[in-house]
Design a protein around this ligand. Structure first.
Ligand SMILES: Nc1ccn([C@@H]2O[C@H](COP(=O)(O)OP(=O)(O)OP(=O)(O)O)[C@@H](O)[C@H]2O)c(=O)n1
Ligand SMILES: C[C@](O)(CO)[C@H](O)COP(=O)(O)O
Length: 270
């Protein structure tokens, strides 16, 4: 539901280049069934009904393209109105940084003081369902300061030498392992504190955290796991996009209930 004062924000990270994907444009602008990945993700965030504001991080050189894709708002419900300014979730755009951690940091700096809960989500997980977004937000509202979706591991996992040595050094018990997805949800003050404490790592991609919950854990604070969702898989390589396409066409993954709104002269909404 739309609140006059935004309480829950989603940071939608989309400022990566997608080097492993290898497209001519940033990965978040790559089309999946005619819609950029970032727009798929934004629609599902809006569709959850729990997000009052979305801040998208974009590569600085592509801010104009991202603006035309996500516009100033994303329609929250299916066809109640085609006027995004009245029915939509407002979208802010910011240039990302040198690492995902830096990009999230830039987005956090833009949040208004009224925000209490922050969800951090990857455009690279465009099909993460609205129900998962709502589940994560509900767990934060229930009192967990940091919440991650975790999917069960179904392969045997081994640990090899950290220096590239292919020798197996450990055989962890997979029943105690989880594949970490997004959106991750946080009490806003805790997330701000975690990013501030690790700001020195953000400039160097090799030193930066790969997710936000690990920054909270580094403070010694507890991170709570809720069930993940298979549809929240990450698009890293072209094969992942093909699998997403096939799944959508086969009806294995539901398309967003939010229908496209009309494109305006100042740029379309997703
Ligand atoms: N400096 C960065 C790097 C990544 N991301 C975002 O973080 C998410 C997860 O990153 P990943 O899937 O690794 O995307 P890329 O960094 O673009 O991919 P690659 O590592 O292959 O270059 C993506 O939505 C990506 O756009 C970001 O906002 N800012
Ligand atoms: C945040 C994340 O999606 C959780 O699994 C993941 O860590 C992103 O990693 P990437 O190396 O930036 O793709």
């Amino acid at each position: 539901m739309t609140t006059a004062v935004p309480r829950t924000a989603a940071v939608l990270t989309a400022a990566g280049s997608g080097s492993r994907f290898g497209a001519a444009v940033p990965k978040a602008l790559v089309l999946l069934e005619g819609l950029p990945l970032v727009a798929h993700a934004a629609r599902r965030l809006a569709e959850s009904g729990v997000v009052d504001l979305i801040v998208v991080t974009a590569p600085e050189a592509f801010l104009a393209e991202f603006r035309s894709v996500v516009g100033r708002s994303v329609l929250r419900s299916s066809g109640l109105s085609e006027r995004p300014e009245s029915a939509g979730v407002p979208v802010l755009l910011t240039a990302g940084g040198a690492s995902r951690q830096a990009s999230v940091g830039a987005a956090l700096a833009m949040l208004p003081p009224s925000i209490e809960v922050v969800l951090v989500h990857d455009a690279a997980r465009p099909l993460a369902p609205a129900a998962l977004v709502a589940r994560v937000a509900a767990a934060v509202r229930a009192g967990h300061g940091a919440v991650i979706p975790g999917a069960a591991v179904t392969d045997t996992i081994v640990q090899v030498g950290s220096d590239g040595d292919p020798a197996v050094v450990a055989n962890p018990d997979r029943s105690a392992l989880r594949i970490v997805q997004t959106p991750q949800g946080f009490d806003r003050a805790l997330l701000d504190r975690a990013h501030a404490a690790a700001a020195h790592r953000a400039v160097d991609e090799a030193a930066a955290a790969t997710d936000d919950a690990s920054l909270v854990a580094a403070l010694g604070e507890q991170v709570h796991v809720v069930p993940g969702d298979p549809d929240a898989f990450k698009i890293t390589a072209p094969r992942d996009l093909e699998l997403a396409q096939l799944a959508l066409r086969a009806g294995l993954i539901r398309t967003s209930a939010i229908r496209p709104s009309r494109t305006t002269r100042s740029g379309g909404t997703a």
